[in-house]
Design a protein around this ligand. Structure first.
Ligand SMILES: *Cc1c(COP(=O)(O)O)cnc(C)c1O
Length: 826
């Protein structure tokens, strides 16, 4: 770290603060055309952002210049989602301009925190997968790795969530309405993409078969670049997002015929492609526009990658030396086919030659084992939208099945399982199989997930391609998820003599272990937590109108709303405590504030019902004077990155209670633990590794293991068994669905009960209830011992080094991408 920390007054910081102040004033006047008197807070936020952007641009130009001069190997990260959140504070921190910007804004009579609050989140993603991509970009730049992120410039990101009478309502996210200071439009790199049409057979001058893809419709992709500044380094990479435009501004014929409206409508269709992010998390729904979006951004990105390659290179065989492409889930898997199409159809390369290049370029990250989340596209839809690509898929599959035949002669049963095409009434293209076959490496995102990938999802692939399936446990950037979001804890860390480069060297926090039992440090650590809780209590007051005490245990469950994540299990625990308190006011219960944040996919009815149920129960509990405020339940609306940054530093308990085997990794679990929250969780995803790191004594583990879940599924699972044999469980579930909590619609929560009983309780809520509620008693017991709790919390923060995304990205760079760093000289 250069100038932002430490107590000595730094002259260069002073100089840069005066420069910055001047630059902010200049942007206010010359970019926004305002005098300070008329300027709103938003104007000041924009001017400040533009002043910071200027400083990033110098390094962006220097970085790209160095990468081009040296013809470096680059990593291309293809992702349909990037959940970036707010950028100003993180850019300031990464540039080391924190002290300067604080001084500059103060001199202008502004409050820095208030200024940062003006920024609208860049929410171009649903949840964990999109946030992982954002953390990876931060680590790539911080580690000086040459990389470009590619994605879609959605005009509307993830919907804004409101509650009306406790029910979720969605509003469009209009983040682009007033533009963003962080983008640079690059019309000079516009690409044209073809869709639809049909394939004609044909032969070239030398008698070679050359199919032609004709009568296509085309759209333009215009790139918008978001600079990505590394922490305490010169490297500035960029995220390139494609916005779709019509090829013709107007259909002139129709225009001349006077049909102005029809002419403009055609244009609007071309712009629909990048209009809106699909708000589904973990469910694919086979919509044509989604396939069009995937191909649109993949085709633009590949064309851009090849343009860059051709600038410095002439032999296509060198492509795998210069480019590594990572597929973030199967959403961009069509890239495998598109590169084959370009090499074979356009560059006239032989199939085997082209295939050898393709399979040395791509690698694929699998994010889920849930069957409903594995992407499949109907062959009929493919034939319509991408007819030439479908032919190529068939040819890839034909050759692949020959390989399978060579390995397992005569085993048609294995061919049926492995084929890229799922046979049946409606034939489907299996995108995961395409991604596995077209990649040199496939990775899961936590040890457990990667093991299940090999044993359960792709056992035959693992036998066919030994060593192709690997693990890269996810991580989070400590810059956003500790340094920026928790300044008080960061200051405490600095104050105990830990080297100030800990945000890029998280191992340094291990030094806190030595202080975990020290009473005075425990008090300081918990005082920071208490102060963060007081700040969050204010947010809760404003957002939910509920008063909560910072002395209560803050029990946090923040993540997408999904049955496998089991927010309804937490709800059953809340009802259990409420019931115990009503029947015994002296009941031995630690006062708790239950804090939820979660969006439900708009079409996921049961998830929305669970939100409604939590809000309805909250409304009753929060207004029941009989329990003397011992329980509070709040559901903060519109969960997003900026809200996560406020909740996480204030959390005591982190709920990570998915059904074992269903959560691939989780990253919220890492953020919370890093900020000194204790985890109550199942042995699922990265929880398993968090337990290994923090130690068995510093985490609360309960519930079925993967093996036990699988045995229940095999031998027959009966949720009524638990309902009939656990009176407390039966009582709270019946109570929830009795109409007591929602008199205006007494049957509103019946679907929850149905899913847990007659519906078969696919996610084993009933089976895990008792273990969960008992484990929560242990949580209470430990919370009553403040010193023990503090020690555990400190050890969580101290032992999170493994979960820095710097570690994750270094593993990808070493083991998948063979990607050397390229530090940028001053
Ligand atoms: C980290 C994060 C997630 C992922 O949370 P999980 O608990 O791992 O599902 C989702 N949304 C936002 C806004 C996040 O910051």
């Amino acid at each position: 770290m250069s100038t932002t920390k430490g107590s000595t007054i730094n002259l260069s910081s002073l100089a840069s603060s005066q420069d910055l102040q001047q630059s902010i004033q200049q942007h206010l006047r010359y970019t926004l055309a305002h005098a300070p008197k008329q300027a709103t807070l938003r104007d000041w936020w924009l001017s400040t952002s533009l002043a910071i952007r200027d400083r990033i641009m110098d390094s962006l130009v220097a970085t790209q210049d160095a990468h081009n001069e040296n013809n470096v190997r680059r990593l291309y990260y293809l992702s349909m989602e990037y959940l970036m959140g707010r950028m100003l504070r993180n850019n300031v921190h990464n540039l080391g301009l924190e002290a300067a910007v604080c001084e500059a804004t103060q001199a202008l009579g502004l409050n820095w925190d208030e200024l940062c609050e003006q920024e609208v989140d860049m929410g171009l993603g649903n949840g964990g997968l999109g946030r992982l991509a954002a953390c990876f970009l931060d680590s790539l730049a911080t580690l000086d790795l040459p990389a470009v992120g590619y994605g879609i410039y959605y005009e509307f990101g993830l919907f804004k969530q409101d509650f009306e009478n406790g029910k979720q309502v969605e509003h469009p996210d209009t983040w682009t309405t007033f533009g963003t200071p962080w983008e640079v439009v690059r019309p000079e790199y516009t690409q044209t993409v073809q869709f639809y049409g049909h394939v004609e057979a044909g032969y070239d001058d030398c008698g070679n078969y050359r199919p032609r893809w004709v009568d296509t419709k085309s759209v333009l992709g215009v790139p918008f670049d978001i600079p990505i500044a590394g922490y305490a380094t010169k490297t500035v990479n960029f995220l390139r997002l494609w916005s779709s435009r019509s090829t013709e501004d107007f259909d002139l014929d129709e225009f001349n015929r006077g049909d102005y409206v029809e002419a403009v409508r055609e244009k609007a269709i071309g712009e629909t492609i990048s209009k809106v992010l699909y708000p589904n998390d973990k469910t694919e729904n086979g919509k044509e526009l989604r396939l069009v979006q995937q191909y649109f951004f993949v085709a633009c990105s590949l064309a851009d990658i090849l343009r860059r390659f051709e600038r410095n290179n002439s032999d296509w065989h060198d492509l795998p030396k210069l480019a590594a492409i990572q597929l973030n889930d199967t959403h961009p898997a069509i890239a495998v086919v598109e590169l084959m199409r370009i090499l074979v159809d356009e560059k006239h390369m032989g199939w085997d030659d082209a295939w050898s290049i393709v399979t040395r370029v791509f690698a694929y990250t699998n994010h889920t084992l849930l069957p409903e989340a594995l992407e499949k596209w109907s062959v009929a839809l493919f034939a319509k939208v991408l007819p030439r690509h479908l032919q190529i898929i068939f040819e890839i599959n034909r050759r692949f099945l020959d390989e399978v035949e060579a390995k397992w002669p005569g085993r048609d049963d294995i061919k049926v399982v492995l084929s890229l095409i799922e046979e049946g009434g409606d034939k489907m293209v299996r995108m995961a199989h395409l991604a596995v076959v077209g990649s040199h490496t496939v990775n899961g995102v936590a040890e457990l997930h990667s093991r299940l990938l090999k044993s359960d999802l792709f056992p035959e692939f693992d036998a066919l391609y030994p060593g192709k399936l690997t693990n890269k446990t996810n991580g989070i950037t400590p810059r956003r998820w500790l340094y920026s979001c928790n300044p008080e804890l960061s200051k405490l860390i600095d104050s105990v003599g830990i080297e100030s480069d800990w945000p890029k060297n998280l191992e340094r926090l291990r030094a806190l272990e030595a202080k975990a039992e020290e009473a005075s440090f425990q008090q300081q650590f918990m005082a920071v937590k208490r102060a963060n809780k007081a700040v969050l209590a204010e947010v809760i007051k404003q957002e939910c109108g509920v008063e909560v005490s910072p002395d209560a245990l803050f029990d946090v469950q923040i993540k997408r709303l999904h049955e496998y994540k089991r927010q309804h299990l937490t709800l059953l625990h809340i009802l259990t405590l409420y019931h115990r308190l009503l029947n015994d006011p002296q009941a031995d219960i630690v006062p708790r504030v239950f804090i939820f944040g979660a969006k439900a996919a708009p079409g996921y009815a049961l998830a929305k019902t669970i939100i409604h149920a939590i809000n309805s129960v909250a409304n009753v509990i929060n207004n029941d004077a009989r329990i003397d405020g011992k329980l509070k339940v709040v559901f903060l609306p519109n969960y997003r990155v900026s809200l996560a940054s406020k909740i996480i530093p204030a959390a005591d308990l982190s709920e990570q209670i998915s059904t074992a085997g269903k959560e691939a990794s989780g990253t919220g679990n890492m953020k919370l633990s890093l900020n000194g929250a204790l985890t109550i969780g199942t042995l699922d995803g990265a929880n398993v590794e968090i337990k290994e790191e923090v130690g068995d004594d510093n985490i609360f583990i309960f519930g079925l293991t993967v093996e036990e879940v699988q045995r229940l599924d095999r031998e027959g699972y009966n949720p009524y068994h638990y309902y009939d044999n656990d009176a407390e469980l039966k009582n709270v579930l019946d109570w929830l669905c009795s109409g007591y909590f929602c008199p205006e619609d007494p049957h509103a929560f019946e679907p929850i009960r149905h899913s847990l009983l007659a519906g078969g309780d696919h996610f084993k809520v009933m089976a895990d209830y008792r273990a969960y509620v008992d484990c929560q008693r242990q949580v209470d017991a430990v919370y009553r011992n403040p010193s023990r709790w503090a020690q555990m919390a400190i050890l969580n923060t101290a032992r999170m080094a493994k979960f820095s995304s710097d570690r994750t990205i270094q593993e990808y760079a070493d083991e998948i991408w063979s990607l050397p760093a390229c530090p940028i000289q001053e």
